[in-house]
Design a protein around this ligand. Structure first.
Ligand SMILES: [Zn+2]
Length: 61
């Protein structure tokens, strides 16, 4: 495989990006945040980042 997918959002990313294996600092932070949530089991329904399974269909106008 020549391309890799972001561990957070699944978007194809280049190997030489600074944020590899994530497509962006945002996704890197999101992954870390989720890891921390799992590690500390913080009961929270609010997440600072959208779900990777949720397509961004909501326009910000
Ligand atoms: Zn991503």
């Amino acid at each position: 495989m020549r391309s890799r997918k972001c561990a957070t959002c699944g978007k194809a990313i280049a190997r030489d990006v600074a944020t590899f294996p994530f497509c962006s600092p945002r996704c890197r932070a999101a992954d870390l945040h989720r890891w921390l949530e799992g590690a500390y089991a913080i009961p929270s329904v609010e997440t600072p980042f959208p779900s990777p399974d949720t397509p961004r269909e909501v326009p910000e106008s």
